[in-house]
Design a protein. Sequence first.
Lengths: 191, 398
Amino acid sequence: MDETGVYESIPYRMKLSQGSTYDSFESLFRENWESVNRLLRRMVIDPAEAEDLALETFYRLYKNQHLVKDGFNTRGWLYKVATNLALQSIRSFKRRQHYEIHAGKYALEETPETQPAELFAKNEEQRLAGMALAQMDTNRAGLLVLRHSGLSYKDIAQALDLSPTSIGPLLLRAEHEFEKCYRALTHEEER
Amino acid sequence: MNKHLNNGQLRASLDGELDSDGLTHLKTCAHCQMRQAALRTQTEQVAATLSFLSSPTDTASLSKPSATASAWHRFNQQKLLQKETFMFRKLFASPLIRYGVSIVLILTLILAIPGTRALASEFLNLFRVQRVTVVPVDFTGMQQFNGAVGNDISQLISESITMTHEPGDPVQAKDVNEASQLAGFTVRAPEGITPSQINVMPGAAFTVKVDRAKAQALLNEAGRSDLVLPQEVDGADVSVNIPSSVSIAFGNCPEPSNDSEAAREMERETTTSGSPGRVYKDCVIFAQIPSPEVSAPASLDIAKLAQIGLEFTGMTADEAAQFTSTVDWTSTLIVPIPKNAASYEQIPVDGVTATLIQRPSDDAPQFALLWVKDGIIYTIGGLGTNTQKALEIANSLP
């Protein structure tokens, strides 16, 4: 039992269906938490915001745990939901302000103090990239994030319910749109 | 393959994702190789800009096992408990449930309710509360209360209810004697503890007439066509009479109102005035109410309705049958609590056995102590974890 004494029934309720890669929701959570949280942290920068979104991502899967059976692409599903949540977060005005203000602060906390100039430049690029993604069509931005965070075409196709052969052309379109948004933001910043 | 590769295929080739036919063609086609090189220049720029998405050097602290363990703990604490509590509150904030102390009683009417005692009329069963039983319910599973089905359920309930006696506004009493006169029963107050306010909530009465066809249609719409309402439910008149109640507040407490506490709490959460955990942290309310009376046709199988209600909230048929068979339906008030967001225990208080319910929460833990004595239902509720205060009040009663 958990130390608070009220979670007794959760492990039982979290048993997943037979045929699932994981024997319980807890093992699924433990195996995927780090990568999902890491992806979100890279996208929204603020660690607290990233963790909130990661918790929400897993809660959504918890509510849909009937999906977790043989052949279900857990990582792809989690990445897709996490990416959508992160894009929503960056888009919201309040979060955007927060994102802009804190982008530098959190990166500084994460990196050795010996490289402040490089860090600032890198962080600025990351901030603009996040904002460019948030300005894009959600599906195309999601596709870009999934690909550039390391998912294979097969995993992306499963997560987004697409044909693997369509990923190449869609990626091209998404990259063009990203470039356009990113360039516009860069020009805006320079003015 | 003799046909030149399209741009999409060339893009896939840059990621090593081109199929074998395409690769064979690319190896021998100078035109495609040239287009691939041009495309590479374009995509490399984007890849460099988005390289932070797969950078292995940042966020090293996330890979510690303790970070995952603590995340799992927070997942339980923040998500499961809060969501479940939210559904619990949402249920209680239904338009049906707007009459303060009557919340639990009306809900129990839906879920299956206080038991039966044969009665005065040979056609009616009268329900009176003599004891309290807690039933843990998994409210996270009650997604039926979201969206259109939830609205339909609320509408059906409000269409089924006719108020025969509207509750008036709460009246402040200057002391226990005045409260007793206004409420019509002898109010008990702890000795040696000065209350901050005493309020009398006038009683209310209403009748419920269920349209079985509509109710069954809603169950079907909610995906529970396996739950079949008995025919005798159709048109059955159930009348509920809720006596006046008295609440004695200690510390800084909210003013009483006709809205349910849950509805007000939800409203507070959407405003910026701060959570109740911070605003009313020292508030303890001691409430008392004579047992409401519920009368229903004797033909109504309350145990059967109870079982349907419990299954609707997520219990399996076996669990619901087992629970209903262990409850004394002659006189029991069923109090549903969120399964994973609250714990309960039985303790001796005021010469009887009381139920202490606690809801842990980082922001606003809550507790409630319930018991029934001599036909009066008593509850002591407050924020925080200091249940000693409730016990002190209960054990100071004359």
